[in-house]
Design a protein around this ligand. Sequence first.
Ligand code: BDR
Ligand code: CA
Length: 325
Amino acid sequence: MKKVIIDCDPGHDDAIAIMLAAQHLDILGITTVGGNGYLENVTRNALQILEVIDRTDIKVYPGHAGPSTAKLVIADNVHGESGMEGPVLPQPKIKAQEKHGVDFIVETVMSTDDVTLIATGPLTNIASALNKEPRIAQRVTEISFMGGGAYCGNWTPAAEFNIFVDPEAAYKVVNSGAKIKMCGVNLTRQAIMSVEDKEEMRAYNTKAGIFTAELLDFFGGGKEARMHDASAVAWVIDEDVFKGAMLHVDIELCGRLTRGMTVTDLRFMQTEKVDVDFDFESTRRWDDEPEGSTFRGKEPNVNVGMRCDIERFRKLLKGAIAKYK
Ligand code: BDR
Ligand code: CA
């Protein structure tokens, strides 16, 4: 099993991501970050999730309450006041650890080989760990994060929520030199659970199956739901669940309308022959440009998720939930 640390802000889809990971990956610990809700709430939610799936052996380390450069924006319009409204769960019996999430990340990565970081909330903790110990970038196997979008946002037309909350942190991460996978909203809008999938999981009639269905009742609002955060986990478990393109990604920090945008250099992709939902006909061809031309694009730094094999994704996710007794 691959060793992972999950940095998250549960969060309905974070909860599903954790349940998927717990079946396929060796979770060394969970760190929490202010995002969908305030730190206290998302930390309690993480503890509750672990109790639902009887994995109280996994420890939870609270990290930063919010970005260092801006005020925290929460997504209570999407996830409710508690950050995980819908399922009614008892207060957790287990407690969060005293150690700060960032210290846990730094110490674990520096003392353990082959650790993958999976981030499903704002990148505040990951950036802080990289600031504290820059060697982490080379030590980790990879960083798989849910955030951004190759040519779209969700919180604003240009920016996806996780990146919008802490663009400076995202900037640090994508420019760190680490091996990076990005699951943005261009990808996750393909990675959906239908109402039928939800009812199938409810019918498992297990704690995890019913919990997942109740999360989706709230999160999907009676319709299909995008599995944003489970995508960042799925791509670590199964390389072929998504098709990615190595592209240059940078983060807009000061645009009036575009702060938090993951500016993705799609000019490069024309040579990658990745079949994506994007019209290139009117754009210049990268490989027609002479060496040194500004139109050639920048060196790729991120494996950007582009295409989801939805049947494979569904099978993986539902299969993981089905395994819980
Ligand atoms: C991301 O924002 C949060 O609301 C979700 O948990 C996910 O991580 C999607 O934009
Ligand atoms: Ca999240």
